[in-house]
Design a protein around this ligand. Sequence first.
Ligand SMILES: Cc1cc2nc3c(=O)[nH]c(=O)nc-3n(C[C@H](O)[C@H](O)[C@H](O)COP(=O)(O)OP(=O)(O)OC[C@H]3O[C@@H](n4cnc5c(N)ncnc54)[C@H](O)[C@@H]3O)c2cc1C
Length: 457
Amino acid sequence: MAEPSYIAKLRQIVGSEHVSTDEEALVCYSFDATRFKAKPDAVVKPINTEQVAKIMRLAYEANVPVTPRGAGTGLSGGSIPINGGIVVSTELMNHGAQIHKEDLYAVVEPGVVTEDFQKQVEAKGLFYPMDPASQAACTVGGNVAECASGPRGLKYGTTRNYVLGLEVVSPEGKVLRLGARTVKSVAGYDLTRLMVGSEGTLGIITSVILKILPLPPSRKVLAATFSDVKKAAEAVTAIIDNNLLPSVVEIMDRLTIEACESYLGEKLGAEVLLLVEFDGTRNVCDEESARCAELIRGEFGSGVSDDIDPQRVALLWEARRSALPALTRRASSLVLEDVTVPRSKLASMIEKIGTISHNFALPVAVFGHAGDGNLHPTVLFDRKEGETLKQVDAAVAEMMRACLDLGGTISGEHGIGLEKKPFLKLELGKAGYEIMKNLKSLMDPHDIMNPGKMFYD
Ligand SMILES: Cc1cc2nc3c(=O)[nH]c(=O)nc-3n(C[C@H](O)[C@H](O)[C@H](O)COP(=O)(O)OP(=O)(O)OC[C@H]3O[C@@H](n4cnc5c(N)ncnc54)[C@H](O)[C@@H]3O)c2cc1C
């Protein structure tokens, strides 16, 4: 089949070496961390904003769909080019960050890997708290597009709280400069905030201005073990109710711990685990972790270690970060959810997940950022059984309804993409859904910017 004519023009814009159309390359850009797959017609790797703007102008004129892509670690199908067309990969826009220590901000290219950015700021005694479990691979641009977060949401919020400004190329190829380099700016509508979490459906992020903080001088981790996951969830509510603000409260249930133990070949010594971290001065860490340990021991009678040697802390963290890869080894397929409820409703949500698991006869592992009310119930199943997929979809739908009934949201950090499309209207209501769709049409009149995501046609 003849190559579409726009591909020759793409080569003129970025050079032939940065355009791929061969089968192997297309397959590599056809999936993310979900079950969805679709190949693009071309993958293009621009090196700067000017090239991105030219690519978008070309796509706009030729009416070709464009899917932005960071590292493809997304958990909602956002970077899958379901309508073919061009994948714009930001992997070459990764030239580190300009760090402005005296003003506590950094200007970062979208393809910079999150962990590399963190290391770069930490070398200067600074701190960027966003640390998704995928931080060794995912990009800053992908984090902004998904409004990613991670364990530290409880104390430090989400990516949204760190984005001061953005440079974005619009679907017509215009370069927009949004926000500011200051902590305050109320100059007009907050389009920066609109772009954060827009999942590549409104434009391509080509530069990010991120707020950074001074690095906390110390951290202290305590591990609390429980025999019942609901009790562990109640302990999370109690911690916060007692005016303690840990930087992290992570939960892992029995199924998750078993999976991690066999994945890492190490025993974790717990049935259900809460991993709690405090940061700040040494005195504050010691005092707050002691208060927290006493509370958990006293009210829940569980085992708490608050003097853990660094090796064990590293193991517990490794286990927590490996939860998803570890669970992928427990079944031929899985669906990972991202339900988030007000923290006081965590135990109720866990109870509902247990009932759904029982009613549908499907194992569901539960882990997540309990301090944020953000759980990742993971349904394990065997894809070969035709009926099971229907059961899984029905179980997931029940989970979405249960979390909304508890005043929660269907996605805390992974986004809507393809995975959550069927449920967005359920959360927003008709009027809210319509206004979002209208906004998308206004900003992307030809519907070329990551089409088919977030909304049903
Ligand atoms: C093992 C594992 C653990 C994870 N843990 C967490 C976690 O703890 N917290 C969390 O929040 N997420 C987590 N994730 C999900 C994922 O890593 C995040 O959503 C991450 O932000 C995606 O970044 P990426 O660079 O891989 O983006 P991609 O997957 O490539 O893209 C994600 C979305 O962003 C869009 N996009 C990417 N770059 C741009 C850009 N420059 N401009 C406009 N749109 C763009 C894409 O079109 C797509 O819609 C995890 C994933 C895995 C596989």
